[in-house]
Design a protein around this ligand. Structure first.
Ligand code: UD1
Ligand code: CA
Length: 469
């Protein structure tokens, strides 16, 4: 039994009111279509997944090409039935077809497999995945031959419901299995006799059942899995659903998440045991957090890799960087892409780093900018230190050795190097390399003028009207 999976993703998505393709809108930090492809790829190799594209085809193909799926073109979007018609040639090699919707992203592979198994057991021509929905408005409704029987008579779209049908709560998920030959032998009989003037794939149920073919339906275990995203609001409901599921998975694996409903965790994020995540944290992209870490409120981590026992205090932004074990970040630190903060290092309040490596145990505790810099181990970078890495045209590197002491409010004008064990006097502007173990002072000498202030006060006194001086 050769099995292919079709994913319908060509529609115009008019209800979304967006310039972007519906299936490229993101939930859980990934485009809808990627979630659907990921589920399908657990069942068949990527080459047996065919994505039907039309509206915004180029953007959609570019966004998922790396998954190895194939594409089928539906030039004009004349309905879900027409979409499947367009795939006739490309599906010639298959006996059985699973049809998924690009806008039903929470569907799990297990549910698809249960649907397939039910289809085979029932020896059906068409099998429909359904769900019991307390609020079925907008969905196609499934009309069973008899209540509780597996056989289906028809799927009736919302707009075609007759008054007696409003109470039907079994919704069509838009997910089906077909015996391929039967599908294409009959698909030409679809008619666009509906208000949209489209060919509805749903009409295949009535068509096949009417021709004496076996059409059956099975309910999904959970309603949420089969919900579609036709509007931004529906999409955000699914986003919340998916992130809560992700938070629950992490909590089940020993991660403490306070107020999980306020936390935003993308689908690809990993977090180690006994790590504590405070309210309003965002863990995005491919972020990996080790064990026994603390990520405090309002911090946003994107594509960050944290070792064990890292503490990220409140309101930090960390992007595309690596933080080694035991490091302490923040509060209010900004670690920009390309940083590697070493073991036990401290990046403190209002410190910004970019493309910078900070060695083991080094500290930049306050109000500092380190860009394109390399800082050794055991070094202390004083408050207000700035690497002047940009000359208006090019970026230059600052190298600071091990056990260096950079006094507060120093400007290090790159390219410049500060040797191991050296000292930089506070307030220095360092334009030349500092040899190892030297003291560099790059500032004007202080001048004290004795009695200057006292004399000035006396002059002022003398100028007052009525002064006898
Ligand atoms: C469809 C079903 C409805 C079901 C619901 C479940 C039909 C007629 N109705 O309605 O019974 O309850 O899904 O979510 O099928 N598409 C194409 N080409 C087209 C039109 C659509 O590829 O010409 C794609 C869309 O991109 C989308 C999917 O098919 O991914 C479903 O289309 P959509 O317009 O969202 O159908 P619904 O109105 O949700
Ligand atoms: Ca839909």
């Amino acid at each position: 039994m050769r099995l292919g999976i079709l994913i319908m993703a060509a529609g115009r998505g008019t209800r979304l009111k967006s310039k972007r393709a519906k299936v490229l809108h993101e939930i859980g930090g990934r485009p809808l279509l990627r979630h659907v492809i990921a589920a399908a790829a657990q069942i068949v190799p990527a080459r047996d997944i065919l994505v039907i594209v039309g509206h915004h085809a180029e953007a959609i193909e570019a966004a998922v090409r790396d998954t190895g799926v194939r594409f089928v073109m539906q030039e004009k979007q004349r309905g879900t039935g027409h979409a499947i018609q367009c795939a006739e040639q490309e599906t010639r090699g298959y006996d059985m077809l699973i049809v998924l919707s690009g806008d039903v992203p929470l569907l799990r592979a297990d549910t698809i497999l249960a649907l397939r198994d039910f289809h085979l057991r029932e020896q059906a021509a068409m099998t429909i995945l359904t769900a019991d929905a307390p609020n079925p408005h907008g969905y196609g409704r499934v009309v069973r031959r008899k209540p509780g029987a597996p056989e289906v008579e028809a799927i009736v779209e919302q707009k075609a419901l007759t008054p007696g049908m409003e109470g039907l709560r079994e919704i069509n998920s838009g997910i089906y299995v077909f015996r391929r030959r039967t599908l294409y032998e009959n698909i030409g009989r679809l008619r666009a006799d509906n208000p949209q003037k489209e060919l509805y794939l749903t009409d295949m149920a009535r068509l096949l059942a009417g021709a004496g073919r076996r059409v059956v339906a099975i309910e999904a275990a959970q309603l949420t899995e089969v919900l579609g995203a036709n509007t931004i609001a529906e999409m955000m409901d699914l986003d919340r659903e998916m992130r809560m599921a992700q938070a629950r998975r992490l909590m089940a694996a020993g991660v403490t998440i306070f107020r999980p409903e306020t936390v935003t965790i993308d689908a690809g994020v990993e977090v180690g045991q006994d790590t504590v995540i405070e309210p309003f944290v965002q863990l995005l992209g491919q972020t990996k957090v080790g064990s026994d870490c603390q990520v405090r409120s309002y911090s946003v981590l994107e594509d960050a890799t944290l070792g064990d026992r890292v503490v990220v205090r409140q309101s930090c932004v960390i992007a595309d960087s690596r933080i080694d074990k035991g490091a302490l970040i923040g509060p209010f630190a900004h670690v920009r892409p390309g940083c590697h903060i070493g073991e036990g290092a401290h990046i403190g309040n209002f410190v910004e780093t970019k493309k910078t490596r900070v060695g083991k145990g080094s500290k930049a505790s306050h109000l500092t900018y380190l860009g394109d810099a390399e800082v050794g181990a055991g070094t202390n970078v004083g408050a207000g230190t700035i690497t002047c890495n940009y000359d208006g045209v090019n970026k230059h590197t600052t190298v600071i050795g091990d056990r260096v002491f950079v006094g507060s409010h120093s400007a290090l004008v790159a390219p410049v190097m500060i040797g191991e064990g050296a000292y930089v006097g506070a307030g220095s502007v360092i334009t030349d390399d500092v040899p190892a173990d030297a003291l560099a002072v790059g500032r004007a000498r202080q001048v004290n003028k004795p009695q200057w202030a006292r004399n000035r006060r006396a002059q002022k006194e003398a100028r007052k009207p009525g002064s006898t001086a």
